[in-house]
Design a protein. Structure first.
Length: 505
């Protein structure tokens, strides 16, 4: 049976493998109606014959076949390095089979009884991914061939840009990029692991950009930042009138990410109750908005990220084992900066260029001495800490010379190389939000006074206006804070400073 797709130059070829004649016919007819050319097989051996005789864009196979498993067909395709995308149909409730198929390299899976709408959409994605496959294959080969830049140039434009944004040519970073290019085209959920500030979100964006979904939305959600009572509405949407103040229907993140990627950052912070609902949404590929009686089908690829050890969270009973299993089909571990120090010069150059561009100024360069100091700095906060340091350095620089403020946070006194007695502003420095894009102040003293006033007021408020506690927080003596409060004319409730003794003394 065959027919041709009106808009495609060549109708895509699909092989359907199922031993139940009725189902096989149903799948065939559905696909023919979509304009594909279809061949059908009823067993592993018949499928092999079809594969030996020709090439296909996609193979859709049942898991259980009379003479073996659908996985064997998938493995054969992989072994022979064939380009067919494989979709495996698994029995309802057999999550293990679905995950096993994805791990073995299946493009996607479908749960039986198969929903025909979903069937059409999954096949369409597989065919589309196949059409873009030569480019992806070149990208993977060139990364594996030890050439990250060539890899980036072989990916599609969006993928290329995203891989280039991920600065670093060290061995661990090359492996990360190779993995991104390899796993991007597929539906398997990806879990990105790594310490804070290592670039997990950049990795997730690159997975999306290198995938056949790159023209669809990338929706990033910080699971730890949403109040628990709003989680369900935020994730799944809500119908008009379903809760106070909801005057119209609202989409959730799942609907917003349709045909694209949903990035669940800090997945380890999701409360248990919400974990169950997320698991259900992933399994069913549909979500039910609050107040709705209907499910919305959602074609979304899930990429999640965490700095936590999720396996340990599972053991501690704080993370559902089954959800972990579902999310962790493919893992990408992003290395800490200390494990790829050789990337520092390129990272500094790229970050400084970005900072300078945002500030509308020429990019400063780093002296060898500053780079050397940086390479000895622990940088526990990884690339984010480096970025913040460089931001501050640019803000405080005069001309092209960059001053780096990287005294150890524990040493409030001067270091061996520094000048004598450190002024007490050392601990407060990170609180000074210097905006590099802001104009240089015309009156430095009043600008600094204003900064100092804000910091003092914040510290006082947060200490319940206990000046002893506020002083301790700022690394000041009581006498020093009293002097500063008086100099800046800060009124503190319930304290008569003219007598020199506040309520907290
Ligand atoms: N390899 C890299 N090249 C260029 N910039 C990077 C790289 N890695 C991280 N960054 C930058 O560092 C900052 C932190 O990165 P990102 O938000 O992706 O980290 P993260 O691991 O997701 O952090 P968290 O766990 O705190 O959410 C961002 O501004 C990002 O652009």
């Amino acid at each position: 049976m065959s027919s041709s797709h009106p808009s495609a130059p060549r109708p895509a070829q699909i092989l359907v493998v199922d031993d139940e004649p009725d189902l096989r016919t149903l799948y065939e007819l559905t696909l023919l109606r979509e304009g594909y050319r279809v061949e059908a097989a009823g067993s592993v051996s018949e499928a092999r014959e079809h594969l030996d005789a020709g090439r296909f864009d996609a193979v859709i196979t049942d898991m259980r076949l009379p003479d073996g498993l659908g996985l064997e067909i998938l493995q054969r395709i992989q072994q022979d390095q064939r380009s067919e995308r494989c979709v495996v149909m698994t029995a309802y409730g057999s999550a293990e089979n679905a995950v096993e198929a994805l791990k073995a390299g299946a493009f996607d899976y479908l749960t039986k009884p198969v929903d025909l709408k979903q069937f059409r959409s999954v096949v369409a994605s597989a065919v589309q991914a196949q059409a873009q496959a030569p480019v992806a294959a070149r990208a993977v080969r060139s990364i594996e061939g030890n050439d990250g830049k060539a890899a980036a140039s072989a990916a599609n434009d969006a993928g290329q840009a995203a891989l280039e944004r991920l600065v670093g040519d060290s061995e661990p970073m090359r492996l990360v990029k190779a993995r991104i290019a390899k796993v991007a085209r597929g539906m398997a959920p990806v879990l990105v692991r790594g310490e804070s500030g290592t670039g997990k979100e950049l990795v997730a964006r690159a997975v999306h950009a290198c995938s056949q979904r790159s023209e669809g939305p990338f929706v990033a959600v910080n699971c730890g930042a949403i109040p628990e009572n709003l989680l369900e509405a935020e994730f799944f949407g809500a119908r008009k009138g379903s809760y106070t103040g909801s005057a119209q229907d609202r989409d959730g993140y799942f609907q917003a990410a349709r045909n694209g990627t949903l990035f669940l950052d800090e997945i380890g912070d999701l409360p248990l109750a919400m974990q169950s609902k997320l698991l259900r949404a992933i399994q069913e590929r549909s979500v039910r908005p609050i107040g709705s009686t209907q499910e919305d089908a959602v074609d979304v690829r899930i990429v999640s990220a965490t700095h936590k050890d999720l396996q340990a969270e599972v053991l501690a009973g704080r993370f559902r084992q089954d959800l972990f299993y579902r999310l962790n089909v493919i893992e990408i571990a992003v290395p800490a900066l200390r494990d790829r120090r050789e990337d520092l010069p390129a990272l500094c150059e790229a970050l400084l260029a970005r900072i300078a561009r945002d500030a509308g100024m020429p990019a400063p360069t780093l002296s060898a001495e500053v780079l050397e100091r940086l390479s000895r700095h622990p940088l526990h906060g990884n690339v984010r800490e480096l970025e913040n340091l460089l931001h501050r350095a640019v803000a405080l620089s005069d001309g092209e010379v960059l001053h780096l403020d990287i005294a150890s946070p524990s040493s409030s006194t001067a270091t061996a190389t520094g000048p004598a007695p450190a002024p007490p502003e050392a601990p407060a420095a990170p609180l000074v939000l210097v905006n590099p894009a802001a104009p240089v102040p015309s009156d430095l003293q009043s600008y600094l006074d204003q900064q100092e006033r804000e910091i003092l007021i914040r510290a006082l408020r947060e200490s319940g206006f206990n000046r002893t506690a506020a002083a301790a927080r700022l690394g000041l003596s009581l006498r020093q804070i009293r002097y500063r409060i008086a100099r800046l004319g800060i009124a503190t409730p319930g304290v008569d400073d003219s007598h020199g003794n506040g309520a907290d003394e």
